[in-house]
Design a protein around this ligand. Structure first.
Ligand code: FAD
Length: 431
């Protein structure tokens, strides 16, 4: 008789709500992880560094659990197949996991819950990924917020110590079902291990306490770089919020943006493929494939755009300010559908998260909730003057930008600005 704890995007042993509850049950816990074939299909690049990240995180947990006579039982299959095997091999009393709010995972979890139900096995899901999930923060009239500022105000008001409870538990051999298993190599899953692997999450307190001063300058190492850790749950959001409350209110507001977009995707799942404001579907994008390629490869002739794309392609990270500039350039200067850019970021970003990526792309494109007005078109040259005036970031990523034979600008700024304003006005009927 056992209970199963299923790791998903919560790859840590400490302060993990679902694991805490599994360990509190009267049965021994069998920890599992599924390299889900249906999920991996979306990540076809064998060099995808996120697989190294996940693999290293699982290996770390497995290693820690070895000292308690257990490990992480891994599968390379679909969730349904895994549970059909497990229910035959073990006498399972319950399955524990943490909630996930993406439309596809919600559907999958419903399917698994139904399947386990046929064996009368309860499937317990816990809120772990966020402080407040979709529907937890509502306006007085019971409807969700679609604008960030009042949402964030209510979020702060509603926060209590209870939300920041630490679910860490003292681990011991008798809590786990003893197994002796090896986790599969990345190569056996069809991926290549990144050169150095990926370092464990590290909270740099001086960076966080100075966050408000330096966060906007891509040439300065002024942001936490915790996006990927939050994405895969190698760090607990409760721990981050506790640090933010102590160190920096502006950093807290970023964590609230994350929850804002999480609730938008949960409550309005259609945003995955459609504009939040549907009238923006009428925008006639040009969708020129050559120009899209130039943007992807950092060859637009605008050094800040090219620097951002090259940072992304090389490292899997891009500074937030530059994410805004490159996204604005794609949608406004080149008039290419935000969904193309969103899909490209989804392939490249280590911290890729459907809710945050989609929400931010729609924000930049002007079609999202609480979006930047469509007539705000970032001027890439002015952005450099404001945020990289000593060209530290440009010199790092596009060292040839000062040379005469550097790529010619793909489109002239003033012309592009007028073109996009016309296209949006036409679409919105304000011409
Ligand atoms: P910090 O600046 O230290 O912020 C701390 C954490 O707060 C981040 O790790 C992240 O979890 C959260 N956060 C910060 N800003 C935002 C924001 N605007 N929206 C939502 N959460 C935020 N963030 C992602 O996590 N995944 C994405 O796929 C993603 N795609 C983006 C696409 C575009 C076009 C833009 C403009 C922004 C996107 N962001 C995304 C938001 C933001 O750029 C990154 O979260 C941030 O740059 C990550 O760096 P950091 O970890 O150093 O974060």
């Amino acid at each position: 008789e056992i209970v199963v704890f299923w790791f998903r995007r919560d790859l840590r042993l400490c302060d993990n709500v679902g694991l805490y509850h599994a360990l509190q049950s009267e049965y021994k816990v069998l920890p599992i992880f599924i390299f889900d074939k249906e999920v991996l299909e979306q990540f076809p690049n064998p060099l995808d560094k996120r697989l190294t990240y996940i693999h290293d995180a699982i290996a770390g947990i497995d290693n820690q659990l070895k000292s308690f006579g257990t490990g992480v039982l891994c599968f390379h299959s679909t969730a349904l197949e895994v549970f059909s095997v497990l229910t035959k091999e073990y006498d399972i009393k319950a399955v524990y996991a943490n909630e996930d709010y993406e439309p596809k995972t919600i559907k999958r979890d419903q399917q698994i819950g139904d399947y386990l139900g046929t064996y009368s096995i309860p499937f317990y899901l816990f809120k772990d990924q966020v402080i407040f999930r979709g529907g937890d923060i509502l306006k007085q009239d019971g409807t969700p917020y679609q604008v960030y500022t009042p949402y964030a105000k209510k979020w702060r008001e509603q926060l209590t110590n209870q939300h920041l409870y630490d679910y860490s538990i003292k681990l011991a051999s008798e809590l786990f079902y003893s197994i002796n298993c090896a986790i599969p190599t990345l190569e056996s899953l069809g991926y290549t291990h990144g050169v150095n692997g990926i370092i464990p999450p590290y909270v740099d307190l001086p960076i966080i306490s100075n966050y408000d001063k330096y966060r906007d300058y891509p040439g300065i190492d002024g942001t936490s770089k915790l996006g990927v850790a939050l994405r895969f749950g190698t760090i607990s959001v409760r721990q981050c919020v506790k640090i933010a409350l102590k160190e920096n209110a502006v950093w807290l507001s970023e964590l609230i943006w994350r929850e804002f977009f999480s609730q938008i995707l949960y409550l309005y799942p259609q945003v995955e493929n459609h504009c939040f404001k549907s009238k923006y579907e009428a925008v006639q994008y040009r969708n020129n494939e050559e120009e899209f390629k130039a943007w992807c490869n950092g060859q637009t002739g605008y050094p800040i755009v090219d620097a951002g794309m090259r940072e992304l392609n090389e490292t899997g990270f891009m500074h937030n300010r530059v994410r805004m500039i490159t996204a604005s350039f794609l949608t406004k200067h080149l008039l290419i559908d935000w969904r193309w850019g969103e899909a490209y970021f989804a392939q490249q970003l280590l911290d890729y998260d459907l809710a945050s990526n989609n929400g931010n792309w729609q924000w930049v494109a002007g079609c999202g909730c609480d979006a930047a007005p469509y007539f705000r078109v970032f001027n890439p040259t002015e952005q450099v003057k404001k945020f990289d005036k000593d060209f530290v970031y440009l010199d790092k990523w596009v060292p040839e930008w000062r040379e005469l034979d550097y790529v010619q600008p793909i489109v002239e700024h003033k012309f592009a600005r007028e073109r996009v304003l016309k296209a949006f006005k036409q679409a919105l009927g304000t011409d």
